[in-house]
Design a binder for this molecule. Structure first.
Ligand SMILES: Nc1ncnc2c1ncn2[C@@H]1O[C@H](COP(=O)(O)OP(=O)(O)OP(=O)(O)O)[C@@H](O)[C@H]1O
Ligand SMILES: [Mg+2]
Length: 404
């Protein structure tokens, strides 16, 4: 998804003002002054034809007739963010402009802070509209109400598969705020964390928001947990909502590594999710917990088609057959992640993704399969791996071959 800028029309005959506003918009980068005209009639035609998101309309030498036109424009285009521009900041004039339905009043020379504030308002309006339309990126939360089930392993390697095989702009969020370990899985040292994004999520400046994320060599962006345990407490459910909404407007896919407690922050993330991967193991304690979790989802009205069951560390020879589990949990198993402790622990200890150290292992392939199940067939072609019999070198160094 290309990060969009606010498209803006400027109606002004004073060339000095046009240059000044143009320069400011270039500087703050989130406003794209795409149309400029000195005539209000032409401006109205542009609004009808191109639907800009923002318009800066100079009141010109005859403010009262321009205010009448502004009133007509705001009635016809209620979604347009219109700002009146004038070199007179007289209270009566401002009042008339606002009564005509303008969203804001700018005094010449326009100040950077005022344009930034306007961009922020338009951005917030746009993301609220997106959120209510369910538009924007897809949130996939990986959840289990029991620790150690492989949540982080699944979140990290799924995000890699989504980028690699589906070419989606993807961010992974560490919501395990007090003891997250995504940075370790990706072997990164982030300078910023979810705390910084939470404090700045209302800003319209996408470049700035991007600078708070780390881009891993796989292409996955990472939003890390706060560096200090005490900071975790400061992050509220409202902040989680704001952070996820901001990321939704910046990314195709947002993968969330969630904590195991059902606190308000976790529930906010789950509630906002398009897909919830509920992860369980094929053993009695884990299944008992999953049953409890499903019961809670039922009571919260969250047991719906967003919920997918994933069995982690799966062994086909397990005593409890997969089919039996589906009967007990009254839910189909979407995907199984094979049990392969040596490979997984080696990837964690080396701070590498499974694909980087063991691309041909079944456990690694299962993440591509999971990505395909969630997003549809892969769009990116990969070379076919031909499983040849080992040649001379292969026979001499079998371990080199199997480690690929
Ligand atoms: N598919 C797998 N096969 C074998 N072992 C695995 C697999 N997935 C994860 N593990 C192992 O299970 C342990 C926990 O994995 P992980 O950290 O991903 O789980 P988690 O649910 O995020 O745990 P936590 O509760 O600590 O956040 C690790 O030691 C990891 O190596
Ligand atoms: Mg974890």
């Amino acid at each position: 998804m290309v990060v969009d800028r606010i498209t803006c029309l400027l109606v002004e005959s004073d060339q000095e003002a046009v240059r000044q506003i143009d320069n400011l918009c270039r500087k703050i980068s989130s406003i794209d002054v795409r149309w400029k005209t000195s005539s209000l009639e032409t401006g109205i035609e542009i609004i009808r034809k191109h639907h800009p998101e923002m318009a800066i309309v100079s009141l010109g030498p005859n403010p009262s007739s321009t205010i009448e036109s502004i009133s007509a424009i705001t009635r016809e285009f209620p979604g347009l963010y219109l700002m009146a521009l004038s070199d007179i900041a007289e209270a009566g004039l401002i009042l008339n402009v606002m009564r005509a339905g303008a969203n804001d009043f700018l005094n010449k020379p326009v100040k950077e802070i005022d344009l930034r504030a306007a961009a922020e308002k338009v951005f917030n309006l746009k993301s609220t509209q997106r959120e209510s339309r369910g538009d924007g990126g897809k949130i996939i939360s990986v959840f289990s109400n029991k620790g150690g089930n492989g949540i982080t392993t699944i979140a990290a390697n799924l995000s890699d598969a989504v980028v690699r095989y589906h070419n989606k702009k993807t961010v992974i969020v560490d919501l395990v705020l007090s003891h997250g370990d995504l940075s370790m899985f990706f072997n990164i040292s982030p300078s910023y964390s979810i705390m910084d994004l939470a404090k700045n999520s209302a800003k319209a400046d996408y470049e700035f928001l991007h600078s708070l994320l780390v881009k891993h060599s796989s292409g996955v962006y990472i939003l890390a947990e706060p560096p200090m345990i005490e900071d975790a407490e400061e992050i509220t459910a409202v902040m989680v909502r704001e952070v996820l909404s901001a990321l939704r407007s910046m990314f195709d896919i947002i993968i969330v590594d969630t904590p195991h407690q059902f606190d308000e922050r976790t529930l906010t993330a789950l509630e906002m999710s398009d897909i919830i991967l509920l992860v369980t193991l094929l053993n009695i304690p884990s299944l008992k917990n999953t049953l409890k979790c499903l019961d809670l989802f039922d009571r919260l009205g969250m047991r719906d088609d967003r919920l997918r069951l994933v069995i982690s560390r799966y062994l086909a020879s397990d005593e409890i057959p997969k089919e039996k589990i589906e009967g007990i949990l009254k839910m189909a198993v979407t995907c199984t992640i094979p049990n392969d402790y040596p490979t997984v622990i080696s990837s964690v200890n080396r701070g590498k993704l499974l694909r980087e150290i063991a691309p041909e292992k079944e456990v690694t392939r299962s993440f591509r399969h999971l990505a395909d199940l969630l997003l549809g067939p892969s769009t990116v072609r990969q070379p076919v791996v031909v499983d040849r019999k080992p040649g001379f070198l292969g026979r001499l160094f079998p371990s080199e071959r199997s480690s690929k």
